[in-house]
Design a protein around this ligand. Structure first.
Ligand SMILES: Nc1ncnc2c1ncn2[C@@H]1O[C@H](COP(=O)(O)OP(=O)(O)OP(=O)(O)O)[C@@H](O)[C@H]1O
Ligand SMILES: [Mg+2]
Length: 275
């Protein structure tokens, strides 16, 4: 398999938006699957006590005895918290409700904002050969999300194509700026992704135009359409790319994966297609 893409260190991308239900988890799962199709070795970090990414990859609750909580707070070894998913080249560090108490327990820790960064940047991570680490954040700007923003190289912001979509964005951008000034100077915006786009709906078109006017090139070229196959896939514990490979949703998440892969020198692998 191809060598790791980014100077032998994985590119860490946090998927964040404090607004609920904007497709953070859906995008994490399907971007992981899309990058893996292009030959990348991907680790998903489920950082949400809801554990939706873990469920979406079919990790049973019984198999989540060690989770992202243990990785951050208990220094659990990587090989005990990382599971292979049913998708080739996609691994996951799962979550369960334990993470909801992490917020409180971390407050007393003077390294509270750096726990995930230190866990992900420990030397033994290199043995796994991950090219990308995708962090699925909870719908909040709490200490868990702060940990993700401190740990990552860049943040991908899903934006649901509906009214008020841009309203919460300024708060998130402010948090990103604060973290850039303090704990993570190189933090970048990977991009803003329009999700659940309905081309027959004028509102979707207005939100897209508004986003492009206000955010310019920060908005990904790829737009994710509303597609029922995307919403059905998690109940089969599969990314939509595996559940219905030819669906509009799969096509869109493949395009997004390519858009991101090309930024990190994976173009050649991309044109070779899945292997
Ligand atoms: N492109 C799409 N087409 C149709 N349904 C979608 C699409 N993307 C996401 N959904 C559905 O929208 C709902 C919210 O998506 P998702 O759980 O990914 O959002 P989230 O931002 O992770 O939510 P939370 O804030 O609760 O973590 C889910 O039921 C999902 O199946
Ligand atoms: Mg989610």
């Amino acid at each position: 398999m191809p060598s790791p893409t980014i100077e032998n260190a994985p590119r860490i991308i946090a998927l964040a938006n404090q607004k609920g239900g904007v497709a953070k988890t859906t995008t994490t799962i399907n971007l992981a699957a899309g990058l893996a199709e292009l030959g990348a070795n991907v680790l998903v970090i489920d950082l949400d006590p809801q554990g939706n990414a873990s469920t979406g990859f079919g990790i049973e609750l019984a198999n989540r005895s060690l989770t992202t909580y243990d990785l951050m707070v208990e220094d659990a070894p990587l090989d005990l918290v990382i599971h292979q998913t049913g998708i080739e080249r996609v691994s996951i560090c799962p979550a369960n409700a334990d993470l909801s108490s992490a917020d409180m327990e971390m407050v007393a820790n003077e390294k509270r904002s750096f726990l995930l960064r230190d866990a992900l940047r420990q030397p033994s991570m290199a043995e796994f050969g991950f090219d990308f680490i995708l962090i699925d954040c909870p719908p909040s700007l709490n200490l868990l999300t702060v940990n993700a923003l401190v740990a990552c190289h860049s943040v991908l912001i899903p934006l649901q194509s509906e009214f008020f979509a841009l309203e919460g964005l300024s708060q998130l951008m402010l948090t990103v700026r604060e973290i850039r000034q303090t704990a993570n100077n190189d933090l970048r915006i990977e991009g803003v992704l329009l999700t659940m786009y309905d081309k027959r709906n004028n509102l979707s078109q207005l939100v897209a135009a508004d986003a492009r006017e206000n955010l310019g090139d920060l908005v990904f070229k790829t737009i994710i359409p509303r597609n029922v196959r995307v919403s059905e896939a998690p109940s089969y514990a599969l990314p939509v790319l595996a559940y219905d490979s030819a669906s509009k949703g799969s096509e869109a998440y493949r395009a997004l994966s390519l858009e991101i892969a090309e930024r990190y020198g994976m173009k050649q692998k991309a044109t070779q297609g899945p292997n």
